[in-house]
Design a protein around this ligand. Structure first.
Ligand SMILES: Cc1cc2nc3c(=O)[nH]c(=O)nc-3n(C[C@H](O)[C@H](O)[C@H](O)COP(=O)(O)OP(=O)(O)OC[C@H]3O[C@@H](n4cnc5c(N)ncnc54)[C@H](O)[C@@H]3O)c2cc1C
Length: 296
């Protein structure tokens, strides 16, 4: 069989497989093309949309996301450390549109599984033969006592949420005093991207070494051990000396940082139960034993 025909055949088989995985009819004569609605245009939603367009071009794909551009988690620490601009990790949905995906920028308010439709914040609904729900994850805002959405401008988490949080944290790092201290709270397992907080601590230490040589990073960890610990410890020792401090589990006076006292600008290491990623950061003049439990 000529190579082009073979490729077409393979692509057709892959398309049929994609349709049958979704339970959609394969090539029903005269029927309207099947419609798939994808809620969320991050890594999962966007990849799924592209794969559907590639392997099942007869399927109409609508993707809904509240953001008109997507700032990736991967490589975001290089932005915080000033090694790259935010634009280097920002993706638009233009490639999806070019591939034939209908992209809608809107807030999704709810999903109606029985009716197979999603509800948008402005009251509109979008229905499909199949819905794919890919909204990622969110914070457990009650995991740290005293810390909530109202505090993120002052104590940025800089995880998801677009460029604004990344810029806030980057600018705070640049503005911190020469002998400042960055405090990172890391939760107990399970959470997404286990090495994430330690990678962030490394890149912040890199920045401090260049620009604030007397400053340091203190990690208050809810865990006794952490992902890729030997690798990180070796790297920290070799590159940053005492600049990265880690206090884990019982040594941190409990189970990590569980209380934030905004007025006093102190955090309190105590019993924590957070199970979602939370990388909260604060800066304050460096003091010995800042990780000791505070009365609270
Ligand atoms: C700092 C950091 C570093 C990381 N590094 C790596 C790495 O090196 N390698 C790796 O493999 N993974 C890494 N990850 C993990 C990776 O980013 C996630 O696994 C991935 O983003 C998950 O994809 P997702 O599509 O499920 O969710 P997301 O990428 O979070 O996408 C969800 C999308 O849904 C949209 N959405 C959510 N709710 C609504 C709503 N109500 N209305 C409209 N739209 C909505 C959001 O705007 C978003 O675009 C990292 C994550 C972070 C935070």
């Amino acid at each position: 069989m000529p190579r082009n025909n073979r490729r077409r055949l393979l692509r057709g088989l892959a398309g049929a497989a994609a349709l049958s995985v979704l339970g959609l009819p394969v090539g029903r004569a005269g029927a309207a093309p099947p419609q798939v609605v994808i809620a969320g245009g991050g890594f999962a939603g966007a990849t799924c949309a592209l794969a559907l367009r590639r392997f099942a071009p007869s399927v109409r794909v609508t993707l809904v996301d509240r953001q008109d551009s997507f700032v990736t988690g991967p490589f975001c620490n290089t932005v915080i450390a000033g090694l790259r601009p935010v634009s280097a990790i920002t993706q638009t949905h233009e490639g999806l549109s070019a591939a034939g995906v209908k992209v809608v920028h809107a807030d999704i308010d709810g999903v109606e599984p029985t009716a197979r439709r999603i509800r948008l914040g402005d009251g509109r609904t979008i229905a499909g033969d199949r819905l794919i729900i890919a909204p990622g994850i969110d914070f457990e805002w009650d995991a740290i006592d005293g810390y909530g959405p109202d505090h993120v401008e002052r104590i940025p988490h800089a995880w998801p949420g677009g460029a604004r949080q990344l810029r806030t944290l980057r600018d705070q790092l640049r503005a911190m005093p020469d002998n400042g201290r960055v405090i990172i709270s890391t939760p107990d397992n399970p959470y997404r991207c286990p090495p994430g907080p330690y990678e962030r601590a490394s890149l912040i230490a890199h920045f401090l070494k260049q620009h604030r040589p007397d400053a340091d990073v203190l990690i208050l960890d809810a865990k006794d051990h952490f992902s890729k610990e030997p690798l990180f410890r070796t790297g920290w020792g070799a590159r940053y000396g005492e600049r990265v401090q880690w206090r884990g589990g019982r040594r941190a006076g409990g189970r990590g940082w569980s209380k934030w006292m905004p007025q006093a600008s102190v955090c309190v290491p105590r019993a924590a139960t957070n199970t979602q990623p939370m990388c909260s950061i604060s800066f304050r003049p460096r003091k010995p034993a800042a990780w000791q439990p505070m009365p609270g």
